[in-house]
Design a binder for this molecule. Sequence first.
Ligand SMILES: *Cc1c(COP(=O)(O)O)cnc(C)c1O
Length: 337
Amino acid sequence: MAEGLVDLRSDTVTRPTEGMRRAMAEAEVGDDVYAEDPAVRALEERVAAMFGHEAALFVPSGTMGNQIGMRLVCEPGQEILCDADAHVVTYEMGAAAAIFGISTRTVVSDRGRLDADALVAQVRPRDDWHLTATAAIAVENTHNRGFGRVQPLGELEKLWDWSRGAGVAVHLDGARIWNASAASGVDLATYGRLADTASVCFSKGLGTPVGSVLVASAERIAQARLWRKRLGGGMRQVGVLAAACLYALDHHLPRLGEDHEHAQLLAKLLGVDPAAVETNMVVVDDVPAPLIAEAAKAQGVLVGQVSPRRIRLVTHLDVDRAGIERAAEVLNGLLDR
Ligand SMILES: *Cc1c(COP(=O)(O)O)cnc(C)c1O
């Protein structure tokens, strides 16, 4: 973060720390297209084990992880069901349709909250000559447009149990699954076992410059490796990036709770209901977002504009308690509270 600036637009804005840069510089590397990069292999094995899956694949972005993950469980001409605000249908540039010929159908949710019954009610069978077959359901945890909402474990379990009997796959967009686990106390392996394919990100709260990992069965990951190469995601001595991810698991994952405490503090200082803040995102509604954003920026505080009347503040590694207090002071001055 530039000196003196408090950047709360997103947790993607973090810069690699000194320790992370050292780990990157010292990484042992090889050619990962030959599957010979030791740091990448170590990361893939470690993440697969954390989520209780057989195998994993390092990919450049969460979007690629999600799209390959969905392609593994859905054929062209079939559909994936998800909620209407899901990242996979909102922020991935129509990739499922544009690249894979996958149809998506959405169900409106209560601020991203997973409602297993509502999704299941929309599922269409595979063996009907008239209907587009539902091959999979995509779930997002935490939910980005749901203000960092943590999905209820009971709903995840209900969907999973139903899906086994129905032959419908479950894909988890776990870009911020780390935050979900830190907030709920549910371990990563439990979340992992409730999905056929899962994509997890290192460039959000974990603070690396790049990187996501897709986990699934060994057979599916072998397929995923082909898709990654086809999409231009085959990378060479990329252990320098995997080393950053390994460093983040050791040093940044254990401190995620701090971001959640900072979000609670920020909510309190801004008079936002703390119960609406489940992880690292604070949303302020009914405000002139462009005006607030511009005026805050002039005072060194950057905020996200989600809509013309809504601003979003995301806590992360590069904002400490003093930064939170300063942001609150600036925003309270502007919000007229
Ligand atoms: C950030 C994010 C992704 C991945 O985005 P990339 O920019 O492609 O890394 C996926 N899902 C959610 C919910 C996200 O917030």
